[in-house]
Design a protein around this ligand. Sequence first.
Ligand code: F6R
Length: 335
Amino acid sequence: MESYLRLGDQLRAAYDGASGVSIETGAARAVVFCGMGGSAAAGDLVSAAYADDVPVPLEIRRGYGLPAWVGRDTVVICLSYSGDTEETLSAYDEAASRGAHVVAISSGGELAARAARSGAPHLAVPGDAPQPRAALGSLTGAAIGALVSAGVLDEAGEQVEQALADLRGQLERLGFDVPTERDRSKQIASFVGSRIPVIWGSEGVSWPAAWRWKCAFNENAKIPAFASALPELNHHEVVGWTKGHADAFCLVVLREPGEHPSVQARLDATLPEIRAADVEVLEVRAEEGRSPLARGLELMLAGDVASAYHAIERGMDPAPIDAIARVKARLAEGR
Ligand code: F6R
């Protein structure tokens, strides 16, 4: 929980460290972020937050491989907090073998070692977070800094400082000693209660935030959670919200001022279906962020802390992720 509250300090330190590094990229025609889980969340957020500001596509890839178009004119930024995630290492090797401009971001591990061996830039983030997902500020700051260092994004220090200022109020209203009436995350935790949350975002930063909430409720609260996005969900999911699920599910809708203007009209047209199914709906708005970055962080932080409270209120430790370790162990045994 404490690490989530250090999001701002993490962001500033990592941005300052990464944006000062010189990264030779030639004329990059695309940027691909590679990563999994908590590390991928930073790539998701940065891709969505800066999509309208940079002249090249920003893509995020989760998995072992890379699409055929990745080559010498592509910057591939591999994010792995531990530096030991096999899918990200495989994507790193693939990018390096194609002559792409590879940048590694990790707290150490095999990714740092491979970058050192091949002379690729490695942007180190502090290794003191209890879990990769608690290093969102560091990974995001390093990812933004990497874009600046690679010459893809203009200097972003002012925007990072502005995002920190925008987050300050929210950070003051989070914490064990803040009463529930003032702490939105405690209210969200109680709203979810014993139900499975379905989180909706939309085009822009609320979608990566919705996915982050899903992952945070999975990993911190140890419950199933699902995420989907408008307008796509209007073409299938809306049909599935029928009576009989009200005790099992609840819906959280993430909103932010930068969302597409169609979102309000779509919600007005869609929520009657959800209410007819008696499913409870909670809207969570990014209220303070002046930039897509700040609003994305604001929404992500709200979900991170709410899911941690959800665990704590049930007497559980949010940190452990034993099931992930068991899956990795079984994979290793099978080799
Ligand atoms: C654990 C977590 C996971 C990891 C994922 C990839 O807190 O959030 O989703 O992020 O297993 O590991 P890293 O980030 O070390 O590459």
